[in-house]
Ligand binder design. Sequence first.
Ligand code: UD1
Ligand code: CA
Length: 453
Amino acid sequence: MSFKALILAAGKGTRMKSKYPKVIHKVCGKEMVNHVIGASKNAGVDEVITILGHEAEIVKEKLEKGTLTVMQTEQLGTGHAVKMAKDYIDDEDTVLVLCGDTPLIKEETIKKLFDYHKDNKYHATVLTTIIENPTGYGRIIRDENDDLLKIVEQKDATYKEKETKEINSGIYCFNGKSLRESLELIDNNNAQNEYYLTDTIKIIREEGNKVGAFNGSKIEELMGVNSRVELSKAEQIMKQRINELHMVNGVTIIDTTSTYIECDVEIGNDTIIYPGVMISKNSKIGSNCTIGMNSKISNSKIGDNTTIENSTIIDSEVGENTSVGPYAYLRPNSKLGNNVKIGDFVEVKNATIEDNSKASHLSYIGDAHVGKDVNIGCGVVFVNYDGKNKHKSIVKDGAFIGSNSNLVAPVTINEKGYIATGSTITKDVPQGALAVARKRQENKDGWVERKNR
Ligand code: UD1
Ligand code: CA
């Protein structure tokens, strides 16, 4: 006996007008179907079985690991889809059925549905809600005692049935045995010539078993995404939910409408997020940080007490008490230590910069290892590319790189090496040495007067 989830995801999603299957479109950085899988697992489901059909291989590749998949080669309806998984359903199981296009479903709601199903000893329970405009949804039809009688699809509903504002969310709990048996009895004699899962309700009731309708949530959570407009609505709702979660955890968000934080991002308390920020792909931000306006942080780690101003950070790590920007660009595999300063218009790529080092303005630091207490002057370029290959520069602790110098890699500046401003360095610099690699200045006295004569 176990609690299993079946996720219907075989449909094409024509209205998305996409070459990709609908359920892998993302909401706040995560595929819709994976939101549904995540909520099911968090609600205590032991096993998830996803029913695939349209572009199954593409969906499979994106599915969260550890879920079983079953093929529905022809999409003959939701009932037919569930039937594809019947070998995975035991009589004693409790089976949760959800659709892959309802990304906003919460684990709490699934738990409540499960409890309601168990407590009332129902054989099938449908999660419902009441909405002003129920067009398109299956309607919940109750009997004179207010008990669930059946579900009628929009296209099959009578005029009176269409007036019902209680709708089927497409999320259900079934007893394994009743589900298996009723699936054998559904037919496709309906307006869409489909095998409807919804017909199992009426069948189970007619067998003399109790069925229930649980009006347990709001449409903001149960909405199905069928078009890009609905995708954007889902995104807005999820974004607000994520922002609120961070605020509850002690993060200040100045403007929630313009702050975009994907799922699975961690942020420490007392961090302040300014407008226009986007934080994505499992990024981890420490406590007491300032993430300034229009910063983009993707798949990166930021230590405590660090300030990021108007900068882009991708696949990188930044230490504590460090300052980045404004207008800095940390490209993949940049690692900044503690008390580092990366100032305006500095680009760093595949480079480590250790504690207490500074590059305050207008530099390119690529393919490099920069030690501690290094000062990189304004306009320094790490010349890493010879047109064919990339080469590495090493700058050891305490070195000083004068403004507007070029370090032509491969090259090493040893401890406390001192590069005179404007030098183009092509040879290693010994420890404590001054390297001057530019022509000496020549002053021609009286030259201007002679020229103007
Ligand atoms: C379904 C319900 C409707 C409910 C609505 C909630 C039925 C008959 N109707 O209608 O009562 O109000 O969901 O959103 O169940 N799918 C398959 N294989 C198929 C057909 C569908 O895997 O053969 C999948 C789709 O990919 C989708 C889900 O099932 O994820 C729902 O199918 P859809 O066609 O969107 O059903 P609705 O018409 O919205
Ligand atoms: Ca739908």
